[in-house]
Design a protein around this ligand. Sequence first.
Ligand code: HEC
Length: 138
Amino acid sequence: MTTGTPKSRSPAAALLAVVLGSACAGAAAATPRDLLADYSARASGSADPARGRAFFTTAHGRDWACASCHGPTPVSDGRHAATGKAIRPLAPSADPARFTDRDKVEKWFRRNCADVVGRACTDAEKADVLAWLITLNR
Ligand code: HEC
């Protein structure tokens, strides 16, 4: 006797959607909320602005905190702790170019986390920091 269980459809349509989707996702352009969504998804947890603020404003066993260069509330210019050069505000409300270029964001997370934490920041840490920065109004 036959059970008549239908065969599942070929996943071709789903695959096509993924391919088309990633053609767009391959571009470096993004919004701060896109990046936050990506980091949060990879961290598989919800981002916490208060935790992000604490991470940003405290030292991690080394000389500098993120705030050493970017200031404790980065809606105004920061100042590089070593060179004294001005740094544009990190909060997207104060500088709309912030967190809109994935490659730039990753490059600076890599460099700054190495300086401040002595390792790469985790996706959860990036999500927390960005969640906090997005809440800041200039
Ligand atoms: C020694 C100084 C210094 C410290 C400490 C520092 N940064 Fe930065 N940061 C910079 C400079 C310089 C740039 C690049 C210049 C610019 O974009 O204005 C930058 C850029 C960035 C960017 C790029 C954002 C964008 O979209 O343009 C991110 C993200 C960032 N920093 C995060 C952090 C975090 C998180 C920490 C702490 C783990 C940190 N920074 C600590 C100096 C610093």
